[in-house]
Design a protein around this ligand. Structure first.
Ligand SMILES: O=C(O)C(=O)C[C@]1(C(=O)O)C=C[C@@H](O)C=C1
Length: 283
């Protein structure tokens, strides 16, 4: 707000704005020239007074806390306000947000706070009660900074996250646990690796240096993860059987069935991993 207390431009209130992701988005909006108010856990101001001047209220708290915070905030909002959240799951948070009078859109930034800018990053948008023109200016800010936007429903988002986050992180943790069970030290493993292996191993080191609660919530709170893990178990069993059989045809059948399925992805995957290899070589 201006010094006269007169409102100019858009005001975004970020609840959880003192955390890493909240601070990242506060900086994105400030760079776009928007007013940003942040609220951390230890605020003296009443929630009502914090929310009142906000055009957009963004909830950026840990997954497990999201619905509880939404339930506190949602009843205090007006129809002219836009409510959104940034959590990794969308069905539960969006269902809680739409109880509000405010227009609602769910958001999920597909990156952690370590990125420097939005350039090349993906943000998933799950519109609920907000008409497109209400959230378009915010999406323009993200896209203007180079973000790729994917629009879908909360349910489809969660189904895709069961793969993108659930399966990926599950298998990363399984690989870490397998090496630990083999009593092999990562320092030694690394001396045998070229960059291509360090792309995969890097995901283990990266994931395990982050918050256990975040990854636990992603895996345990998304109901779509269960069926994915059931298929994963079958895949592990089927590949194990093929390997243990010693039968080259059996292995080839497994391999070629998947090669056919992923043939469209081959050229892009090779190009991108070649690029990563060059980056790791040039360090
Ligand atoms: O390690 C990273 O930078 C991440 O990608 C963080 C990560 C993830 O691991 O899936 C964490 C939570 C968000 O929902 C999206 C991305």
């Amino acid at each position: 707000m201006s010094s006269e207390g007169e409102k100019k431009g858009t005001t975004v209130g970020i609840i959880g704005g003192t955390g890493q992701m909240g601070s990242f988005f506060a900086a994105v909006f400030r760079r776009a020239g928007w007013e940003v108010a942040v609220r951390g856990r230890k605020s003296d101001q009443s929630l009502d007074r914090f929310l009142d001047p906000c055009d957009i209220v963004m909830i950026v708290v840990p997954i497990r806390a999201t619905v509880g915070v939404i339930e506190e905030v949602a009843p205090l909002l007006r129809a002219d306000q836009l409510l959104c959240d940034l959590t990794s799951l969308k069905t539960g948070p969006v269902a809680a947000m739409i109880k509000s009078k405010a227009s609602v859109v769910g958001l999920h930034p597909m990156f952690g706070p370590g990125v420097e800018t939005l350039q090349g990053q993906t943000i998933v948008v799950t519109p609920a009660t907000a008409p497109e023109e209400r959230y378009r200016p915010m999406i323009r800010v993200f896209a203007g900074d180079g973000a790729r936007i994917t629009v879908t429903t909360p349910e489809h988002h969660d189904r895709m996250m069961a793969i993108v986050q659930g399966l990926t992180h599950f298998l990363t943790l399984c690989m870490a646990d397998t090496m630990r069970r083999q009593q092999i030290e990562i320092e030694e493993v690394l001396t045998y690796t070229s960059p291509i292996y360090r792309i995969q191993l890097g995901l283990i080191g990266r994931l395990l240096s982050q918050d256990d609660g975040l990854y636990g919530d992603m895996l345990q709170m998304n109901p779509a993860v269960g069926p994915v893990l059931a298929d994963c178990e079958q895949a592990v069993q089927s590949l194990s059987d093929a390997v243990e059989s010693g039968d080259p045809d059996r292995f080839s059948r497994f391999f070629l069935e998947n090669a056919k399925k992923y043939s469209v992805y081959g050229p892009q995957a090779t190009l991108e991993t070649d690029h990563l290899i060059r980056c790791l070589v040039e360090r």
